[in-house]
Design a binder for this molecule. Structure first.
Ligand code: APR
Length: 177
């Protein structure tokens, strides 16, 4: 079992023709700004309709923090969108690392269930949710190493940085010695 390749790249995740792009969503899957806004704009209105069709696990919550839900990609070049809800950074003592790791693990698990071979992640929680870049990149590296080692059909995982600072942090974590 060869482990999937992991590649760090800079760009706009919405343009990637991968099997699934991961969205940095909120618990209501209500759409938003940042990468969530970009993905919804590129996927078209059917994406929001598909999110709203997902059941609420409790009032206002379709996807609890640390978990993922999958929908089609509609007008995106990607076949699917895996909506991940990362933690809001509250100083690091509120289980944020475990919740963030959970997003990466759950996305890889869903990719395995759907037989997906290529996956692209943004820097979940590193924008509006305020997660420090370097710490988030280390969490992502460890979580992906663990989950990709398990038998999944995933061949390639892209970590997509929109900004230079994010690219630097991802490269330090994934491409360091
Ligand atoms: N492609 C790739 N990455 C992007 C793109 C894009 N088109 N647009 C933004 N990003 C990057 C940001 O630069 C940041 O590094 O995605 C990372 C995650 O930032 P946010 O999108 O702000 O997501 P997050 O910090 O997880 O906050 C989620 O923001 O948009 C709302 O509805 C969303 O409530 C949720 C919250």
């Amino acid at each position: 079992m060869t482990m999937a390749n992991i590649e760090v790249r800079q760009g706009d995740i919405t343009g990637l023709a991968v099997d699934a792009v991961v969205n940095a969503a909120n618990e209501g899957l209500a759409g938003g700004g940042g990468v969530d806004g970009a993905i919804h704009r590129a996927a078209g209105p059917r994406l929001l309709a598909a999110c709203r069709a997902l059941p609420e696990v409790r009032a206002g919550v379709r996807c609890p923090t640390g978990e993922c839900r999958i929908t089609p990609g509609f007008d995106l070049p990607a076949r699917y969108v895996i909506h991940a809800v990362g933690p809001v950074w509250r100083g690091g003592e509120r289980g944020e690392a475990e919740l963030l790791a959970g997003c990466y693990r759950a996305a890889v698990r869903l990719a395995g269930e759907y037989g997906l071979r290529s996956l692209a992640f943004p820097a979940i929680s590193c924008g509006v949710y305020g997660y420090p870049l370097e710490q988030a990149a280390q969490v992502a590296r460890r979580a992906l190493a663990d989950s990709l080692a398990a038998a999944t059909a995933v061949d390639i995982v892209y970590l997509v940085a929109f900004e230079g600072a994010v690219l630097k942090a991802l490269e330090a974590a994934f491409c360091g010695d």
